[in-house]
Design a protein around this ligand. Structure first.
Ligand code: AP5
Length: 239
């Protein structure tokens, strides 16, 4: 089997503002490299829906567009990354979201993956999806998703074949609670203030690569695959 597929591609971190296309692109990476997508937003929403203590603690802050406290995030992310399916690599979508989380992640990867010899001692691939600020509102207000398979649509740019129904399983599509205009503005503000410095954190370490997220979905995907394969080798290739 190809080296990049048999050994996995390690950690891929997707950065970008709300609506930049992290979730959309993460699903493409999952399909190609067979590693799981760890979306902290999805994990939190599942907890809110199930009414767990974490969900109860996170619900209000999420509905206001703020960030859930770091300690709660660390427990949730550590538990998820210790699952067997993450040993060959994983895509982080929505984490880290401030410089403290980025420092925590570096320490976690060092202690739990590299030192114990689980996985390759390779540094994360950090990809920032850049999108023009003025396009974000339309992307987010137009988003619909399938509650069953998680597929993401957009009523303007990626509509389902049948209005409001998932192409894959026919489920009724839903709008996220925090995709309301007043909350979106607070999410974008939280991104500017708290999450933008994460890109600077990785840029200082020489790990940040940016892609043009204003292009159509498949063209963004091609750029991302090129970044991954320039750093880890091509599935089926011998790099
Ligand atoms: P989270 O779920 O992570 O939301 P987010 O970061 O705001 O990102 P989005 O899911 O809105 O956007 P996306 O980049 O995934 O875009 P998508 O692919 O869907 O977080 C939600 C909340 O959870 C946070 O506000 C916070 O409270 C909490 N939280 C999560 N992680 C946390 C953490 N680490 N610490 C603390 N709190 C945390 O695309 C958007 C739309 O655009 C879709 O309709 C799509 O079809 C369309 N689209 C995508 N790409 C393109 C394209 N190239 N061209 C045209 N349309 C496109």
């Amino acid at each position: 089997m190809a080296e990049a597929t048999s050994r996995g591609i390690g950690t891929v971190i997707l950065l970008g503002s709300p609506g930049a296309g992290k979730g959309t692109q993460a699903k493409k990476i999952v399909e190609r490299y067979r590693i799981p997508q760890i979306s902290t937003g999805d994990l939190l929403r599942e907890n809110v829906q199930r009414g767990t203590p974490l969900g109860l603690a996170a619900k209000d802050v999420m509905s206001r567009g703020g960030l859930v406290p770091d300690d709660l995030m660390y427990d949730m992310v550590a538990q998820r990354l210790r699952n067997e399916d993450c040993q060959r690599g994983f895509i982080l979508d929505g984490f880290p979201r401030n410089p403290a989380q980025a420092g925590w992640l570096d320490a976690f990867l060092e202690n739990e993956f590299f030192e114990k010899g689980q996985g390759e001692p390779c540094l994360p691939i950090v990809i920032r999806i850049n999108v023009d600020y003025n396009k974000l509102l339309r992307r987010i207000t137009g988003r619909r998703s399938c509650p069953v398979c998680g597929r993401i649509y957009n009523v303007y740019s990626q509509p389902p074949r049948v209005a409001d129904r998932c192409d894959v399983d026919g489920s009724a599509l839903v709008t996220r609670d925090d995709d309301r205009e007043e909350v979106i503005r607070d999410r974008l503000a939280a991104y500017e203030l708290q999450t933008k410095p994460v890109a600077e954190y990785y840029a200082r370490k020489g790990r940040l690569v940016s892609v043009d997220g204003d292009l159509p979905v498949n063209e963004v995907t091609e750029q991302i695959f090129r970044v991954i394969e320039s750093q880890r080798g091509v599935p089926g290739g011998d790099k």
